[in-house]
Design a protein around this ligand. Structure first.
Ligand SMILES: [Zn+2]
Ligand SMILES: [Zn+2]
Length: 1010
């Protein structure tokens, strides 16, 4: 659609089709849908390819569960080919549920063109990009300590770690490491060391101190009551408070004086030769602990670096499954975290434990299986993103973030602390790394199957680009006599999704992909939840910058999270999950969409509940729907066909007003949706629908009854345009209205609202003065209603007059003034000043808060002067001049309205309401004539209600028979002509056989169609 139009590019962040979709998927998809729809109506050509993220641990874990596997060994036994086939089917199975939800909610996306990250074309494209990065020297294998999930048996990247922090309580241990040589040994001194990972003590290799920090050697005080004996400890001076009780300082020395001091480690379960002495490391801080840091180089990046400097061995007693090697005493075969408890028991019995506390902190867990991660030395493939940090910062600075704060905040921080991307995974179901190596580390990266085939020398047409098939391809090294085999890892599935800008087209291998890619790079718009700053938003930008030196998107919308009605996260555990299909079945897809788009800022967390959705539906969508029904009803009654709106003299002031509002709305919604602010667009539309229904239509009702053509045309025009404005947001209801209201009378127009152009604001119809006047009119009506409500006099009881005080009201057009008297049901309007100051009793007191701040001690005297002044005159003057002066003792000061607490009480016979300098007073005095009119109005309302109950058509003429009790019969008798006209009665006869009812007026009615 709109092919040939200027293209506007949207990238669909592929969902992992793993498990069923949740309500947060609707949220993301609503926002992904509304802006492309809007741009399409603006004439842009917007391609919307669906996509499926197929690879990775989430899928593997699902299949492992299904097959009852608990470790990688089970997969190898089962066979990689069969396992991967299961993974492929698992993905295909869940795609159906996503497609169904997507279609139900009206997310307009092309499933036929969908890209699958597991397809050969996609993988080849990913290979091509990896070969580019490899050729730049930015894809390398390195042995580093990296976060590692022992259950999944693979390392994780930094952005994956960020997804999985959980709060845990760990032991906090202070331990004695006795010094075994030199002068400090003679003193009987121990190094005091703090750790929160007792399981790493098994592989303790050294103790690190900061060379420039001051350390103390202290002798603690004995306390016989607490059975504490004196001992000598070494600790950083600034952390000496960790010592319980008193102490005496024996020595003070710099960290570097401790270098090479030998000590006794707490456990000697494993052999670590030539180790166990103090080493120097700048990274040691005195923020917490003791300033002496236990080193286990296999489990800490800093430890590894420090120990390597001293040539210390790297001993790792933990197997890749997270368990201690079985031959190790005490903890052999135990999962690393479980060993903590056992080891603490042993420490307690020995002399090593100085102090044992609990320590609550946030610790990284596997974002998929929730196993605590282990920092673990192992060889992995890295993309050296730190080498392109400047480029990434440059691209970020040029990106249009919504909300803007993400650029320098959450995402900017992330980039500033960028570390290399740990790309490889020791797993099965993923894009295989396209790197072949020989035992002498000669390396080749392949950019396509064709390239691999050329090297292999045999036909690979039918090769499936997954494990184990790619692993079977071996060939001779070009540089030495060895065999080249594929490095066994697969890649991080986040790389797959970040590669979609080019891989979705199979670029550069597939035919036509060149043109397609160039036409759609970078994206004008992407949108996902805020947690993707470290996920998809990052990998998209990183890969784009690595391969093309340019980020893959210009604008990104970060959505807030979905919460339940109490502001809690939705989780199965809390039982507060709202299923997306059920939600839409209950409220309708449009209701859910409208709620997501209009009920709050896109980037704030939003609470979703049935009540909240019902509320916005009732307020806006239902009002819109009812207004459409109203027009349909009266248009068909009047046999009306729409005529174009021209700013002709035929238009009433109300017509001109609503058209002015409409054109201002069109301009505002256009701008808001251009700026990705659906909330502003939604609230402006809601206000307009309220104006249209509760003011324009209500005030024009009589004209619709009369089939007035300008009124019908104006309403038709407004509804047509508001339908167009709402079409991107609520596609179903607007399409229905388009078919029922527009297509039937505009045969040459677009056959669907979604094929129509977005409306264009007509400035010549905008009259801002008129907007102001009507706004004033409506405010005065509100005040008048409020004052009536206070007095308890019903709105149908006419009153003789309303008195008004408001700047500008006297210059209101006579039509608007008539609307005020009609709405308030008063016979006349007058200026409040005409009634003098008699309507309200005014009393005043000093406002101590305001006066006290300015006059301090004199405030009592001023207060006295205020209370004894003429309140009426003082308030009158302040309201006229904005200030007045008050004399007290021999002084005088100037005061303003803020300095007074003013209480106004209406005098008997009046009801008054005021707000922001505008007041309306109702004269409550009733005459017999006014009472009679009130009765007639009540009778009219009763007959209208009866007409509705009887199911008469709005244009049906009727016969009325009536009877009533004595109190109202005369008034009704006298009002027959008026009543008959209002209710379309051809005859109106009193029938004494009807028994007066006990309802209001004692009125009894019998209606029949004429
Ligand atoms: Zn895991
Ligand atoms: Zn070689």
């Amino acid at each position: 659609m709109r092919q040939g139009g200027q293209s506007w590019t949207f990238y669909e962040g592929p969902p992992t089709a793993n498990g069923l979709p949740g309500t947060h998927h609707i949220e993301a998809r609503v926002f992904k849908d509304v802006f492309p729809r809007f741009q399409t109506m603006k004439g842009k050509y917007v391609i919307r390819n669906a996509g499926w993220d197929c690879h990775g641990l989430p899928v593997e874990i699902e299949v492992e569960k299904e097959l009852g596997f608990s470790a990688k060994g089970d997969i190898e036994k089962y066979g990689i080919a069969a396992f991967n086939e299961k993974c492929r089917h698992s993905v295909q199975r869940h795609v159906g549920a996503f497609t169904e939800m997507t279609e139900r909610m009206g997310f307009w996306v092309d499933f036929d063109q969908a890209y699958w990250t597991m397809s050969n074309e996609y993988i080849e494209s990913v290979w091509w990009s990896l070969a580019q990065i490899h050729s730049k020297g930015l894809l390398v294998q390195d042995s580093r300590v990296a976060p590692y999930c022992p259950r999944c048996g693979t390392g994780l990247s930094d952005h994956e770690i960020a997804l999985g922090y959980e709060s845990v309580t760990d032991p906090s241990l202070y331990l004695r490491f006795p010094i075994t040589e030199g002068e400090l040994k003679d003193l009987g001194a121990s190094l005091l060391v703090w750790t929160t990972t007792p399981w790493t003590l098994v592989s303790n290799t050294a103790i690190a101190v900061n060379p420039d920090v001051d350390y103390l050697v202290v002798r603690t005080k004995a306390d016989s009551e607490k059975e504490v004996t004196s001992e000598v400890l070494v600790i950083a001076e600034s952390l000496v408070e960790a010592i319980d009780g008193g102490y005496e300082v024996l020595r003070k020395l710099k960290g570097n004086q401790l270098e090479k001091t030998k000590y006794q480690r707490p456990f000697d379960f494993v052999d670590i030769p030539d180790a166990h002495y103090v080493v120097l490391a700048d990274y040691v801080t005195t923020e917490d602990g003791t300033g002496l840091v236990h080193q286990a180089p296999a489990f800490g990046a800093d430890d590894l670096q420090t120990c390597r400097k001293y040539g210390l061995p790297v001993i790792n007693p933990i197997a890749p499954n997270g368990e201690f090697e079985s031959n190790i005493p005490t903890v052999g075969g135990m999962f690393f975290k479980q060993a903590d408890r056992v080891l603490i028991k042993v420490l307690k019995k020995s002399a090593a434990l100085y102090k044992h506390q609990q320590y609550e902190h946030s610790y990284p867990h596997c974002w998929r299986c929730h196993t605590p991660l282990i920092y673990y030395a192992q060889p992995s493939w890295y993309i050296r993103t730190t080498k392109i940090k400047e480029e990434l910062l440059r691209e970020n600075a040029a990106t249009d973030w919504h909300p803007e704060t993400v650029r320098t905040g959450r995402y900017g921080d992330w980039l500033n602390n960028n570390i290399d991307w740990a790309l490889s995974r020791n797993r099965y179901w993923g894009t295989p790394l396209p790197i072949w190596r020989c035992e002498n580390k000669h390396e080749e990266a392949f950019a396509s199957k064709a390239q691999l085939q050329a090297r292999y020398g045999r036909d690979l047409t039918d090769l499936e680009l997954h494990r184990p098939f790619v692993d079977e391809i071996v060939f001779k090294c070009l540089s030495c006599p060895s065999q080249m085999v594929r490095t066994p890892e697969v890649i991080d599935c986040w790389y797959d999704s970040g590669a979609m800008p080019f891989a979705q087209w199979g670029y550069p291998h597939s035919q036509g992909s060149d043109q397609r890619f160039n036409q759609a790079y970078p994206a004008d718009f992407i949108c996902e939840a805020i947690d993707q700053t470290r996920g998809w938003f990052y990998t998209l930008m990183a890969i784009g910058t690595l391969v093309f030196d340019k980020s893959s998107y210009k604008t990104v919308l970060c959505l807030g999270h979905i919460l339940d009605k109490d502001g809690r996260k939705m989780s199965k555990h809390l039982g507060n999950v709202l299923e997306p299909m059920a939600l839409m079945d209950k409220h309708g897809a449009d209701a859910v969409r409208w709620y997501m788009l209009a009920a709050g800022s896109p980037w704030s967390a939003r609470r979703v509940s049935h009540e909240a959705i019902s509320e916005v539906v009732r307020k806006t969508l239902l009002t819109y729907w009812n207004t459409v029904s109203f027009l349909t009803l009266y248009a068909s009654a009047a046999n009306y066909s729409p005529t174009p709106i021209t700013n002709s003299t035929q238009l009433s002031i109300l017509d001109r007003w609503i058209l002015s509002e409409l054109n201002q709305l069109i301009a505002l919604v256009d701008q808001a949706l251009t700026d990705f602010d659906s909330q502003l667009a939604g609230s402006a539309i809601a206000t307009f629908i309220d104006d249209l229904s509760n003011w324009y239509v209500r005030r024009s009702r009589r004209r619709f009854w009369d089939g007035d053509s300008p009124a019908l045309s104006t309403l038709h025009h407004c509804l047509k345009n508001v339908t167009l404005l709402m079409a991107p947001m609520v596609p179903f209801i607007t399409e229905h209205v388009w078919q029922e209201l527009i297509c039937v009378v505009e045969e040459d127009g677009p056959i669907s609202v979604h094929l129509a152009d977005f409306p264009v604001s007509d400035d010549s119809l905008i009259d801002k003065e008129l907007s102001k006047s009507v706004a004033l009119t409506r405010r005065l009506v509100e005040l008048g209603r409020a004052s009536r409500a206070q007095s308890g006099v019903k709105i149908r009881q006419p009153l003789s007059r309303a008195l008004i005080a408001a700047p500008g009201w006297k210059s209101l057009d006579v039509e608007l003034r008539d609307q005020i008297s009609d709405e308030l049901n008063v016979e006349s309007l007058d200026d409040l000043s005409s009634a003098g100051a008699d309507l309200v009793e005014i009393s005043i007191k000093a406002n101590f808060r305001s006066l006290g701040a300015r006059f301090g001690g004199e405030v009592q005297a001023i207060s006295k002067a205020i209370t004894s002044s003429n309140a009426q005159a003082l308030v009158g003057q302040i309201r006229k001049d904005g200030k007045a002066s008050i004399s007290y003792d021999t002084n005088s000061v100037e005061i303003t309205e803020d300095d007074l607490v003013i209480t106004e009480t209406p005098r008997t016979g009046w009801a008054v309401a005021s707000h922001s300098g505008e007041s309306v007073a109702m004269d409550l005095k009733l005459t017999d004539e006014l009472i009679a009119k009130g009765i007639v109005r009540e009778a009219i309302r009763a007959i209208q209600d009866e007409r509705k109950t009887a199911g008469f058509d709005v244009s049906d003429r009727i016969h009325v028979k009536w009877n009533s009790d004595i109190s109202s019969s005369k008034a009704i008798q006298d009002g027959i002509a008026w009543i008959s006209e209002e209710v379309l009665a051809l005859s109106f006869e009193r029938d004494p056989s009807l028994k007066p009812s006990d309802q209001e007026l004692g009125l009894c009615l019998r209606l029949s169609r004429a």
